[in-house]
Design a binder for this molecule. Structure first.
Ligand code: FDA
Length: 307
């Protein structure tokens, strides 16, 4: 119930204004967001890449304005040029939300998003790194996978996120388990109806394991995006039983979440990538992080009342 309310608030303009104006918000946002500009986020990237890998997300989503979509492409081009110039491209790639580059624009949205994503892939190729497409709510999955397929004809290293809470995902994992494919498997962060998604936590976890089994047994490169200790340990066991070595898959976690566990995995010589968001369009991302953990909400609510 609380999760549903927070996820609805994540798309409300009124709530956005209230949360953005609350004095307490900035400090909490800083836990999950590395900086409001690329320059302010880079020190975190440099620190993390000493022992971990990184994927950078220039925050933004649900764009209804073509100019804003182009500005997002420019921001990614600047980011990728910087990763190339500093040599960070060896250890840092980028993650892109297609709704930030035009997927929801009227009429030609999918085509605009494809063209814009292509420009980002060209910049990534020039820098010597890769791009992974984030996955948004279930209405976008077919379009995102169609764009992925188009991009992969020219840039075979483009990856995508699949969400274990969707009923369709085990089949999507099968389709994307071929050689060269890169799939980031997560549980899923949106409020989805029971007609398309598992809503019970145990069912989502079981689906995650089924999907991971398909990816680990395939020819592609599985990216295990979860902070859940049980799933982290199951991933290690499935990798071993599928004959995968430490370089044949990776763990991924979000910036600011389970730092000690991130370090522990990296120290064991396993690949650990941190998803690092930056920028001033943090509202939707921040609300989804609050929704994931009731303790976050209680802390946020207490802080609002005492400030
Ligand atoms: P779970 O939610 O069960 O959390 C396990 C434990 O992790 C918790 O008990 C807690 O200790 C810690 N934890 C989790 N979330 C926390 C939080 N917000 N604050 C503090 N502690 C927290 N989703 C999506 O729909 N589309 C996408 O493209 C992506 N992309 C993505 C990339 C990467 C690298 C990751 C790690 C995750 C995503 N997600 C996502 C988000 C994902 O779907 C999911 O919502 C979160 O990862 C939380 O699920 P867990 O698997 O961590 O399990």
């Amino acid at each position: 119930m609380l999760r549903t309310t927070l996820l609805a608030a994540a798309r409300s303009r009124t709530c956005r204004t209230l949360v953005e104006r609350a004095p307490v918000t900035r400090g909490l946002v800083a836990k999950y967001v590395a900086g409001s500009t690329l320059e302010s986020a880079l020190p975190a990237v440099e620190r993390l890449t000493a022992a971990r890998l990184v994927t950078l997300d220039h925050l933004g989503e649900d764009t209804r304005d073509a100019d804003q979509a182009h500005e997002t492409v420019d921001a990614y081009s600047r980011l990728l040029a910087e990763l190339g110039r500093t040599g960070l491209a060896d250890r840092a790639e980028v993650s892109v939300k297609l709704s930030a580059v035009g997927q929801f624009l009227p009429d030609d949205g999918e085509k605009i998003a494809l063209d814009n994503a292509r420009r980002i892939c060209e910049a990534a190729a020039a820098a010597g790194t890769t791009v992974t497409l984030d996955m948004e709510d279930h209405t976008t999955v077919d379009s995102t996978l169609a764009i992925l397929a188009e991009l992969r004809t020219d840039f075979p290293w483009v990856g995508a996120v699949l969400q274990a809470y969707l009923h369709r995902t085990q089949a999507d994992c099968r389709d994307l388990s071929g050689a060269g494919s890169r799939v980031r498997l997560c549980k899923g962060a949106y409020d989805e109806p029971a007609s398309v998604a598992y809503r019970d936590k145990a069912e989502v976890d079981r689906s995650y394991v089924r999907c991971l089994r398909v990816l680990m047994g395939g020819q592609g490169y599985p990216m295990v995006a979860s902070h859940d200790p049980r799933l982290v340990s199951i991933a290690g066991a499935l990798a071993d039983s599928s004959g995968r070595g430490p370089g044949d898959y990776e763990h991924q976690m979000l910036y600011g979440i389970r730092e000690n566990e991130q370090r522990r995995i990296a120290e064991q010589g396993r690949r650990m990538r941190v998803y690092v968001p930056y920028g001033d369009e943090w509202y939707g991302y921040f609300m989804r992080r609050l929704a994931e953990r009731p303790a976050n909400v209680a802390f946020f609510a207490r802080s609002l009342l005492t400030n």
